[in-house]
Design a protein around this ligand. Structure first.
Ligand code: B12
Length: 213
């Protein structure tokens, strides 16, 4: 049987080569070898998607290949999801999560959702292309303690600002976390958000801190 490093390397390779079958097979191997889903996602699949991002930026691959890699990533994530859900009881608090309006990138948001679920939070995942009203209404209807919004484009990151404004205007008692490629610490500070997170693992730790106050 392959060792941990080999399995993580194969997970990475499966995304880099947009090989759905290999992604599924190595995800099952990771589980069988006792590798935590969080580690498999961050240090295996996620690393593969980093390569894809670089190749796309350098115009060495094009949108169809990126889509194929994303499909492979989603297939593997589906295999890990039930194991993340089973690993903890959702009692630590409620987080509303989504990708902002006009933006259909949802792999990063899905990774964050999986990590938060695994860390024991109830996650209400609104999906992609979510309006500001939908974020705020869902927070209110579910008394969520934290709302997280993902934006992957410079044209949609401004919606994160609108979310903070809507929450402040309606005086909704909720903490905000943000992430995605064009988002960073300075941006989140400038819009009055509570936290920026670079990864799903960071988000899980940050939500704990924010809820404790
Ligand atoms: C995969 C991908 C796609 C896939 C998305 C598939 C899917 N189901 O999500 C497809 C092929 C569909 C796609 C489409 C498009 N894409 Co695209 N895509 C990417 C790519 C290569 C990787 C994104 C990704 O999945 N990364 C892997 C995940 C795991 O990482 P992540 O998203 O960064 O998430 C992590 C952290 O950021 C953080 N995080 C993320 N969200 C959140 C949220 C919270 C609350 C927290 C706490 C943390 C957090 O934690 C995550 C896990 O570790 C990026 C390149 C890049 N540099 O990001 C371009 C990129 C985002 N795309 C881009 C573009 C332009 C497009 C299109 C407009 C292309 C087109 N001409 O049609 C369309 C978008 C249409 C739309 N309206 O949204 C540009 C955006 C440029 C800009 N304007 O800013 C990028 C930057 C590529 C580039 N360099 O040009 N894309």
């Amino acid at each position: 049987m392959a060792n941990k490093d080999e399995i993580l390397a194969t997970l990475k390779k499966s995304i880099e080569t947009w090989n759905i079958e290999l992604a599924k097979k190595s995800a099952n191997e990771a589980l069988a070898a006792g590798i935590s889903p969080a580690e498999a996602v961050e240090n295996g699949l996620g690393k593969g998607m980093e390569t894809i991002s670089v190749l796309f930026d350098e115009a060495k691959i094009y949108l169809p290949q990126v889509l194929a890699a994303a499909t492979a990533m989603e297939a593997a994530l589906k295999i890990f999801e039930p194991h993340l859900k089973g690993s903890a009881l959702a009692t630590k608090g409620t987080v509303v999560l989504g990708t902002v309006q006009g933006d259909i990138h949802e792999i990063g948001k899905n990774v964050v959702a999986a990590m938060l679920t695994g860390a024991g939070y109830k996650v209400i995942d609104l999906g992609k292309d979510v309006s500001v009203e939908k974020f705020v209404d869902t927070v209110r209807d579910n008394n969520a303690q934290v709302v997280g919004a993902s934006a992957l484009m410079t044209t949609t990151v401004t919606i994160q600002k609108e979310i903070v404004e809507a929450i402040k205007e309606d005086d909704v008692p909720v903490k905000t976390i943000f992430g995605g490629a064009p988002c960073n610490q300075e941006w989140v500070a400038s819009i009055g958000g509570d936290a920026y997170c670079e990864s799903g693992a960071e988000a899980a730790a940050m939500v704990g801190k924010l809820i404790k106050g």
